[in-house]
Design a protein around this ligand. Structure first.
Ligand SMILES: Nc1ncnc2c1ncn2[C@@H]1O[C@H](COP(=O)(O)OP(=O)(O)OP(=O)(O)O)[C@@H](O)[C@H]1O
Ligand SMILES: [Mg+2]
Length: 247
C-alpha cells in the first residue's frame, strides 16, 4: 500500500502548487511510482503538472447506472473504466476525481469508487492527494487512511484559523490520519511575529514555510507547469528541507 499524502487548507493558499512540488520532490528522490490524485471538483492539478485529462472518476460513476453492458459486473466495469481514466506519464500517473455528487443516491457508487481507488493506489509507492478547500469532502469520495496530511495556510490570521478548524474537524470526525503538519505558503519576508503569536495562541506548530516564489508566479502567468521547477527555486529548496524532515 502506497504512503498517502494529502494536502488541504483554506482556498487559494497554495495547496495545488504544493501538491505538485511534493510530486517533483519525490521524483527527484527516485521514489516512484507515484499517483497524483486531484480531489478538487474544480480540478487543476493537471495544469501544475502540465498534462491533460479526459475522464474523471465522478464521470465514470455517473455512467454506472446506464452504461454497464450485460454480462459484466458493475464492480469490474468500474475498475476497468477507472483505469482508463488514469493519465499515465513516464514518471507518474494522475487520477482526477471530478464532481463528487450528482442527483440521487450515490452510496453504492461511492462505495465502489472508494474501493476502486484503494485497489488502484496499491500499485504506487506514494499517493499525493490535492484536496479542495474545506474539509466536507474528506468524508466523501477519496480520503481515508492518510499517512501524512499537510494543512496549508497563507501568512494571514484567517489562514491559521482555518488550519485550526481543519485540525479540530479531523479530531471530531475521527478521520484516520496518522500525522498532520501545518505549512505556511507564499510567505514574504519570513514568519511575521504577530502571526507566530496567533499560531501559539491557537496551539498550532508550524512545520515550516514555503516562500513566495517569483518562478511560480511567472510560470503561472505563462501557463507552464511548476511541479518540476529547478532546485534553485526558493519554493523548491525550502519545501525540500521540510520534506526531508517530515517524510
Ligand atoms: N509559493 C508561491 N509563490 C508564488 N505564487 C504562489 C505560490 N504558491 C501558490 N502561488 C500562486 O497562488 C495561486 C493559488 O495557488 P494554488 O492554486 O496552488 O492554491 P490552492 O490552495 O490550490 O487554491 P484552491 O483553493 O483554489 O484549490 C496560484 O496563482 C499560484 O500560482
Ligand atoms: Mg487547488
Amino acid at each position: 500500500m502506497g504512503f498517502r499524502i494529502a494536502v488541504s487548507g483554506k482556498g487559494g493558499t497554495g495547496k495545488t502548487i504544493i501538491s505538485g512540488l511534493i510530486l517533483g520532490y519525490l521524483l527527484r528522490k527516485g521514489k516512484g511510482p507515484i499517483l497524483a490524485v486531484d480531489a478538487d471538483a474544480n480540478a487543476n492539478l493537471n495544469e501544475v503538472l502540465g498534462v491533460k485529462y479526459e475522464q474523471t472518476i465522478g464521470g465514470v460513476r455517473e455512467k454506472l447506472r446506464t452504461d454497464v453492458p450485460p454480462g459484466i459486473t458493475k464492480n469490474i466495469w468500474f475498475e476497468m473504466k477507472a483505469e482508463e481514466a488514469l493519465v499515465e506519464t513516464e514518471h507518474y500517473d494522475l487520477l482526477v476525481m471530478g464532481l463528487p455528487e450528482g442527483q440521487g443516491c450515490y452510496c453504492v457508487a461511492n462505495a465502489l469508487a472508494s474501493k476502486c481507488i484503494d485497489v488502484l493506489t496499491q500499485n504506487y509507492n506514494y499517493v499525493i492527494i490535492d484536496n479542495e478547500a474545506g474539509m466536507e469532502h474528506f468524508s466523501r469520495l477519496t480520503t481515508h487512511d492518510i499517512d501524512l496530511l499537510f494543512v496549508i495556510s497563507d501568512s494571514s490570521i484567517r489562514g491559521l484559523q482555518a488550519a485550526r478548524r481543519i485540525l479540530d474537524l479531523i479530531k471530531k470526525l475521527n478521520l484516520s490520519i496518522s500525522r498532520s503538519e501545518v505549512l505556511l505558503s507564499q510567505v514574504k519576508d519570513g514568519i511575521n511575529p504577530s502571526l507566530k503569536k496567533e499560531a501559539d495562541r491557537l496551539e498550532i506548530e508550524i512545520a515550516g514555510f514555503v516562500p513566495f516564489d517569483e518562478n511560480i508566479f511567472q510560470s503561472d502567468l505563462e501557463g507552464k507547469p511548476t511541479y518540476n521547477l529547478p532546485e534553485s527555486s526558493p519554493s523548491v529548496r525550502e519545501l525540500g528541507k521540510i520534506l526531508d524532515k517530515t517524510l
